[in-house]
Design a protein around this ligand. Structure first.
Ligand code: MN
Ligand code: MN
Length: 376
């Protein structure tokens, strides 16, 4: 049975109506607002970090200033190559596997551990500070998209194990690691970041500490295996903290639009939206109040950022289907659509608001379809 969008978002719509009723009238004399900033960034056309084990391309506030709340990284690992042991002090990490396979190890503050393998369509979520490492399983290179719930995660917030060991006093580290100074001197003298390594066996080898408890909350969620919400012009999958309990600060979504489909005009009351285009072409328009609007076209490897509360839509241009990965910087999903809003008002009010005759207003939608199919 298809999941009902209306049922899913009913409580959200009521909350949103209460909020809009409480909004204050605009002041008579308003200062002129700045132009809307760029909301498009081409992450895949950049070169950021390339090494023998793989590569990484970043979209942080340094590259994409509008994206204060969410940063992205497109990372590739060769078979056996590892993104070394590290944590992020400022951000939780989400990922979606685009190609290939990789293995993850993670430790939690409760001293629990998890080892999990990821294939195309799988996602992970590491709460801020959970220590983790990634390794390509082969046979080919793996490619995944990372998302962080802080646009500043990278320059101030990534802590690697080799960086720490190389920069702390050797006598302290040697004592802590039960090594002689000569043995410690063989360790890397600077951050490895992405290193080469051996392809691990198919069955994960035993952890060094056999007494560790498995993590009570999985860091893995198979997003693409979640039944999709079927809409007129495509499908949508939404993974919030309700479906994936550990993912408390982000909601992930995958939107699949048929050529010509339109993701309806809507906004998100309490979250920014970050989009990565996997495939296809789409036109996205944002509305930032006071007559300010901006439209851009997006294709594979390009990112969009839509500030919280800004009106927007996604218009799939074809000829291919359009596939989009989306992050919201909240573990709870909310949206209000224009169509639903129009249905939540009496006809006479809309007739006066739009200076439109009754037969025109009677044509307007009364509820949200989420997406409209290709124009007849
Ligand atoms: Mn990480
Ligand atoms: Mn949206």
């Amino acid at each position: 049975m298809p999941i009902s969008r209306r049922k899913m978002f009913q409580s959200v719509t009521l909350a949103g109506m209460a909020a809009s009723a409480a909004a204050a009238a605009p002041p008579a004399d308003e200062p002129k607002l700045a132009e809307l900033p760029d909301f498009k960034y081409d992450i895949e056309s950049q070169t950021h970090w390339v090494g023998p084990g793989g590569s990484a391309k970043e979209a942080t506030v340094a590259e994409f200033p509008i994206s204060q709340s969410i940063a992205g990284v497109s990372m590739r690992l060769k078979p056996g190559a590892m993104r070394e042991l590290h944590w992020h002090s400022l951000a939780a990490e989400w990922a979606y596997m685009l190609e290939g396979r990789c293995r993850v190890t993670v430790i939690t503050p409760e001293g629990q551990a998890e080892v999990a393998d990821f294939e195309v369509g799988d996602t992970w979520y590491f709460p801020r500070g959970h220590g983790h490492a990634l390794q390509g399983l082969g046979p080919g290179e793996c490619h995944f998209l990372l998302g962080f719930d802080n646009g500043h995660f990278s320059e101030f917030g990534t802590f690697s194990v080799t960086d720490w060991i190389a920069s702390a006093p050797p006598d302290v580290v040697a004592r802590n690691l039960n090594l002689s100074l000569a043995q410690l001197a063989q360790f890397p003298r600077k951050e490895v970041y992405i290193g080469t390594g051996r392809v691990p066996p198919a069955a994960p080898p035993a952890l060094r500490n056999a007494d560790l408890q498995p993590s009570q909350f999985s860091h893995k969620y198979r997003l693409l295996d979640q039944p999709a919400i079927k809409l007129e012009g495509g499908t949508e999958r939404i993974v919030s903290s309700r479906e994936f309990p550990i993912q408390t600060t982000l909601t992930a979504s995958r939107l699949d639009l048929e050529p010509g489909a339109l993701r309806e005009l809507h906004w998100h009351p309490h979250a920014d939206e970050w989009q990565y285009y996997i495939r296809g072409r789409a036109r996205v328009g944002i509305f930032g109040s006071h007559g300010r609007a901006k439209t851009e076209e997006f294709g594979p490897g390009q990112i969009a950022f839509i500030p919280q509360g800004y009106g927007h839509y996604v218009d799939s241009l074809g000829p291919e289907p359009t596939e989009v990965l989306i992050l919201f910087n909240s573990g709870v999903y909310q949206e209000i659509s224009l169509s639903a809003w129009l249905g939540a008002n009496p006809a006479h009010l809309l007739e006066d608001n739009f200076s439109a005759p009754a037969d025109v207003v009677s044509r307007l939608p009364v509820k949200s379809k989420g997406m409209l199919g290709r124009r007849g």
